[in-house]
Design a protein around this ligand. Structure first.
Ligand code: PXP
Length: 261
């Protein structure tokens, strides 16, 4: 068993949130992406929401044209988004559940409850050469559904774990982390590549990086917030160091090494 490196995808949605608060062009999410990449990001993630509350269509086009690293497009499984993705051809697409009323992507996708619809979407995106992931909770039923749908990648929703830590609920946080670790192991054994994201900060990213099955983290809100104090380049470098510290713990009790594939 070999340890795979862990990639950092920087989600630049909230640069667009700030820009849109006043309209105009500043701050530019593409400039943020370039700074993040120069500081060590392995890819850029952007969520084109149905209501266009932050990232806009023109942003994803400019990101695709201008950044020199993979673009991961987060999107709902709608005909409109599939059409946009098929034209844009990002490196990857992460299918997320989406409700207009929510502040952020609050829960995982119910892959088990919509297998046929998702199989069609995953197939259409894969035919366009896009690597598709499903954003799901670390539940065996959802992981098994991702396999049966034919998605090569899952992204495990880490929000409940991060919320439990932030609330000081130690027992709940431990239970959530164990659930994530078990899910990552199950998915890895089933042949899926495992990503994780939502709500991660320096501490939680370090801990998640100690799970060898997890090969990519997608992180946005904390990094963009931290950039206000430290600058985006510095925040990304600190995140990269935190993830490297976590990876260096592999082999310690309670961590797992990933299977080579
Ligand atoms: N991964 C997915 C699938 C997401 O929907 C989001 C939020 O847009 C993230 C990662 C990043 O979460 P956060 O902004 O809390 O770091």
């Amino acid at each position: 068993m070999a340890v795979l490196p862990i990639r950092l995808g920087v989600n630049i949605d909230h640069v667009a949130t700030v820009r849109n608060a006043r309209g105009g062009r500043h701050p530019d999410p593409v400039k943020a992406a370039e700074i993040a990449i120069a500081a060590g990001a392995d890819g850029i993630t952007a969520h084109l929401r149905e209501d266009r509350r932050h990232i806009l269509d023109a942003d994803v086009t400019r990101l695709k044209d201008r950044i020199g690293k993979p673009l991961n497009l987060e999107m709902a499984a709608t005909a409109e988004m599939v059409e946009i993705a098929r034209k844009l051809k990002p490196h990857a697409a992460c299918i997320v559940p989406e409700r207009r009323q929510e502040r952020t992507t609050e829960g995982g996708l119910d892959a088990a409850g919509q297998r046929e619809a998702l199989r069609a979407v995953v197939g259409e995106l894969a035919d366009a050469g896009i690597r598709v992931s499903l954003f799901i909770a670390a539940e065996p039923t959802q992981i098994e559904a991702a396999v049966s749908i034919g998605a090569p990648v899952i992204e495990i929703h880490t929000g409940a774990w991060c919320d439990a830590i932030a609330a000081g609920e130690t027992a709940a946080a431990t239970a959530e982390f164990d659930r994530i670790a078990r899910g990552a192991g199950l998915a890895n054994r089933a042949g899926l590549a495992v990503h994780a994201g939502h709500g991660l900060d320096f501490v939680t990213a370090e801990k998640i990086a100690s799970l060898g099955e997890v090969v990519e983290l997608n992180i946005g809100h904390f990094l963009i917030g931290e950039a206000i104090f430290a600058g985006l380049g510095a925040a990304v470098r600190l995140m990269r160091s935190a993830m490297d510290r976590g990876r260096a713990q592999l082999g310690a009790p309670g961590t797992a090494r990933s299977r080579m594939r």
